[in-house]
Design a protein around this ligand. Structure first.
Ligand code: GDP
Length: 470
């Protein structure tokens, strides 16, 4: 029976000493197990007799043999000792580097559990680090993002969040507001007396300043979101419009093909392409043809349409030779628009055909249409710029904080709404208690980002998304 089945469903305590592999599953030269908790050293010493780990200095490595309870050798290992509070979790930590066979890992885990440890829950190491003040919540979430980062840009965003850049900005915003909140609360204590400790104009100025800081964070989310999750992209259009030719041209140009992806969750996806640090996941839509009579093909089309509705971006390709006139083009555009997804009209085969009437019209709506030749690879750079503009990601300046987490974004939206309510209250000259209420809402929303304000169920929700060993 797998030791993972020993994981307790309930009644677990953060007082327990926990253990889990922290290296990837599967066969490697070396595997790493982490034991964390007050009893970490004593539990390890039941299997490891070479040295008393509680007595060695922190941050030292010790070689020896691990033996099971009956004294039979399990493996030769290296144990690194981290003493509380100077460890990842803030607790006593022993990290055991053993040989990487899954059998050995299982046996060591089983014996550590027999010696008094229990299997860690998903995300429990990071959660303990949070509870022990090693991280705030935003930083803990960044650990998960960092591990999942697929591109350099995604890694940079996660790394800067983990190092606390984002948390510091949030903290600064909160401190400024707290100052005012306390002045207004003070006014309330004076009740009847008509005093104003908090200068209303200063408060107004502060709200403007805060909103000035929050707005770029809010706008950065559209970039942050695609940075973290990639953009599911559909190249749609009639047969022979040049869709495969374009995809091949893009993939060749970028030389950054992420090879085939296994699994059913991404079953429509053929290729991935990284542009400007963003992963574009191209979804195959073979068979999008209007008015087909073939039933099987019709089912394919329904699926394709469903995929188009879920896309983050539709590149709608048309062969310029297929367009009769401006009106015809507009009907194509309206069709694409009906999916309610950001889209770009891509007129192909501009190398062979472009009548003046159409050209004049396209010039007048240059934002929505790009003319290219997929085959001759003309204006692909132009196409790329259009795409990046369409995703609204040009605004983010290098070095600026990028919000990548939907929970943080939501909290910032709430903060901003509360700040607007404060401004509105100031305009209407409401009494201090109403202002105080809106300021408290804003503080609450900001505090929820870093976990200064948090609830058990929110923490459960966040940390359960980690996997075992994080
Ligand atoms: P799909 O059915 O939309 O995937 O279209 P294909 O990519 O298979 O292209 C259909 C035909 O159009 C092929 O013969 C291509 O060589 C041709 N074609 C694609 N792009 C261009 C282009 O920019 N100019 C010209 N002249 N022909 C193109």
């Amino acid at each position: 029976k797998s030791v993972f089945a020993m994981r307790p469903e309930s009644n677990f305590s953060f007082q327990d000493t926990i253990v889990a592999p922290i290296s990837a599953a599967g066969v490697g030269a070396v595997a790493l197990l982490r034991v964390s908790g007050q009893q970490a050293f004593e539990i390890c010493n039941q299997l490891f007799k070479s040295k008393k780990l509680a007595d060695v200095p922190s941050h030292t490595v010790h070689f020896g043999i691990l033996r099971d309870m009956a004294g039979k050798p399990l493996d030769e290992v290296l144990i690194t000792v981290f003493k509380a509070p100077n460890s990842f979790t803030g607790e006593n930590v022993a990290e055991i580097a053993c040989h990487g066979s899954p059998f050995i890992v299982q046996e060591i885990l089983r014996n550590l559990v027999a010696a008094g440890a229990r299997m860690a829950q998903a995300g429990e190491f990071t959660r303990r680090a949070f509870l022990n003040g090693k991280f705030d919540l935003a930083q803990a979430e960044a650990v998960a993002d960092l591990i999942a980062a697929e591109t350099e840009a995604a890694r940079d965003a996660a790394l800067s969040q983990m190092r606390g850049g984002f948390s510091k900005e949030i903290q600064t915003l909160r401190e400024k507001l707290i100052h005012f909140a306390s002045l207004i609360e003070l006014e309330l204590d004076f009740g009847e007396e008509d005093v104003e400790f908090a200068d209303r104009q200063d408060l107004r100025d502060l709200i403007y300043e805060l909103r000035g800081l929050i707005t770029p964070l809010l706008t950065s989310f559209s970039y942050g979101n695609v940075l973290k999750n990639g953009v599911p992209t559909v190249i749609a259009g009639r047969p022979n419009a040049g869709k495969s030719t374009l995809l091949n041209a893009l993939l060749k140009e970028e030389k950054a093909i992420v090879s085939e992806i296994a699994g059913t969750t991404r079953d429509f996806i053929e290729d991935e392409l990284v542009m400007e640090g963003i992963v574009f996941r191209f979804i195959d839509t073979a068979g999008l043809r209007e008015g087909t009579t073939d039933r099987i093909e019709a089912i394919g089309i329904e699926r394709t349409k469903a995929k188009m509705q879920q896309a983050g971006l539709i590149l709608y390709m048309f062969d310029l030779q297929d367009i009769r006139d401006v009106e015809d083009y507009i009907s194509h555009r309206e069709y694409v628009q009906s999916f309610g997804v950001p889209f770009l009209m891509v007129g192909n085969k501009a190398d062979v055909y472009l009548p003046d009437e159409l050209k004049a019209y396209f010039d007048s709506v240059a934002e929505e249409v790009v003319l290219i030749s997929a085959k001759k690879q003309l204006h692909l750079e132009d196409l790329k710029n259009h795409i990046l503009r369409k995703l609204n990601i040009g605004e983010v300046r290098a070095g600026n904080t990028v919000v990548t987490n939907a929970r943080h974004h939501e909290a910032l939206v709430q903060t901003d709404a509360s700040l607007l309510a404060v401004l509105d209250g100031l305009d209407r000259r409401v009494t201090g208690d109403f202002l105080a209420m809106d300021i408290r809402h804003a503080l609450h929303a900001l505090g929820s980002i870093t976990g200064q304000i948090s609830h058990e169920d929110l923490l459960d929700n966040i940390f359960s998304k980690f996997c075992i060993g994080k």
